[in-house]
Design a protein around this ligand. Structure first.
Ligand code: URA
Length: 474
């Protein structure tokens, strides 16, 4: 077995050199592994000798060039299989779309084309405050290794400006003469706001037509993950919500039983009219449920005493919570614990849970990036949450952030305008409530002043919630 090490990303030159040598030495695809992620392997690295270029049909190089940008770690093995088969007599292979290998490569090329298109459309430059001469920067997270493919587009479009685009994989810099590619960046490398934002928002709000809104099509064209870079996108949730209410499309106020994908045993119990009698029974039902693919299979169940003064409801477990199997034990949990300590609430005396019981994420290399649950997903978990709170019987239920508020209220509500005392009602269950922000929102605030002010207001909310809970407890 030969082991070929390539540079991380789209190491096209390294791959071409290796493919030439391997084909020349008659090394079959099954006898070679390609590595580009630094994972340790027991095999020694193969020596790649210089070999003459291969005579391939002209349809092959464009496929190799595109697929090399894909993030799938299998891309090099697939491309080598293509080259091997073509070099060994299947010269028409690239034209056979029904061949499983060609089909897969074709889909990968399409993914790359889409990713390039999205990056062209959704990069937003922001003016770097105080920079002399005037300079603009943008933060963007492409799905694939497409930086070198998009550089010329931005050079041609914004040739008169000085600009840089920062991504987790690398950066592009334009100095009005030359494109340069630099090291990976961080979101802080580009300002989060500038003076143009207001104009964008006004413009977008003015042209928005609720009668024409189709959130599914809108998300397909402008996927949610890009919204955070678009000043105009802040309006979208409110605009979409407003449009939905006009056509009476609000979520059902009643708690809905999980409708799809429930475990059979739990469903059978529900069909027979059974409700979980204890938190353990409820936990067993939740654990038996297999969530969809973009969720971790591990359920993180609420914890704490029954009949507490306060139950806190968060959004969903994060990466750390998923690994440890307990709610609020990661960075947001630590901030929550600190704030509770400061206002004199004993965290161990509270019940802590989440609206959604599984971690939703996209894998980015070795990292798992948190994804917000959709309205449908929140609704799907709502029946369990309400059963849980019925069994827990807190004096006061505190919604931490928008997802918890949606889950408890049964419909999407504006978080900031709902902040403060609330009352959640469902099927005869009345829960005195309180709404505040999510601690992870505080962690994401852009600067220290905003963080300090946000934290102060969070403390005030928690203190008010504590007073309210004590009042209710008499
Ligand atoms: N954020 C949440 O909403 N819940 C957790 O458990 C952790 C982070």
């Amino acid at each position: 077995m030969r082991r070929v090490i390539l540079a991380p990303g789209a190491d096209l030159d390294g791959f071409r050199r290796a493919a030439r040598a391997l084909v020349t030495e008659s090394v079959a695809p099954d006898d070679v592994v390609f590595e580009d992620d630094g994972t340790a392997s027991l095999l020694p690295e193969a020596q790649i000798a210089e070999a003459p270029p291969l005579a391939l049909p002209k349809t092959v190089p464009p496929i190799v060039k595109d697929v090399a940008m894909h993030r799938d770690p299998e891309r090099w093995a697939l491309l080598y299989a293509l080259i091997w088969r073509v070099a060994n007599g299947e010269r028409r292979l690239p034209e056979i779309v029904a061949d499983p290998l060609m089909h897969r490569l074709h889909i990968m090329r399409r993914n790359i084309g889409r990713d390039i298109h999205k990056m062209h459309a959704f990069v937003r430059f922001r003016k770097v405050e105080g920079a002399e001469p005037e300079r603009f920067a943008a933060w963007f997270e492409p799905e694939h290794h497409i930086l070198r493919a998009v550089g010329p587009f931005f050079r041609d479009r914004f040739g008169a400006m000085l600009w840089s685009i920062h991504t987790p994989d690398g950066s592009i810099l334009w100095d009005r003469e030359r494109l340069a590619y630099g090291p990976p960046g961080r979101p802080e490398d580009a300002p989060a706001h500038d003076g143009f934002e207001e104009g964008w928002r006004e413009y977008y709000g003015a042209i928005f037509n609720p009668a024409r809104v189709n959130p599914t099509a809108m998300r397909a064209e402008m996927p949610k993950k890009y919204w955070k870079n678009l000043p105009e996108a802040e309006l979208i949730p409110d605009l979409v919500r407003g449009a939905a209410s006009r056509v009476g499309g609000m979520m059902d106020r009643e708690p809905t039983r999980p409708t799809k994908r429930e475990p059979r045993a739990a469903l059978a119990a529900l069909d027979a009219g059974a409700r979980p009698r204890t938190l353990d029974e409820l936990a067993a039902m939740i654990r038996a449920y297999e969530p969809p693919q973009d969720f971790s299979p591990k359920a993180v169940i609420g914890e704490g005493p029954v009949a507490p003064l306060i139950a806190f409801v968060g959004e969903q477990p994060g990466d750390v919570e998923d690994l440890e199997g307990r709610p609020f034990v990661g960075p947001a949990g630590r901030l929550l614990a600190k704030a509770l300590g400061e206002v004199g609430i004993d965290r161990d005396a509270c019940y802590v849970t989440n609206a959604v019981k599984h971690f939703k994420f996209v894998a980015r290399g070795k990292r798992r990036i948190h994804q917000k649950p959709s309205l449908g997903e929140i609704k799907h978990y709502r029946w369990w949450l309400m059963e849980e709170l019925t069994l827990v019987r807190p004096r006061l239920t505190v919604a931490l952030g928008a997802t918890a508020l949606t889950a408890l209220a049964g419909e999407a509500m504006p978080l900031m305008r709902s902040r403060g005392p609330a009352r959640f009602e469902t099927n005869g269950l009345v829960l005195p409530g309180f709404v505040t922000v999510h601690p992870s929102w505080l962690l994401r605030l852009p600067d220290e002043d905003a963080k300090a002010a946000g934290y102060e207001s969070f403390l005030r909310d928690l203190a008010a919630a504590k007073d309210e809970a004590q009042r209710l407890a008499g």
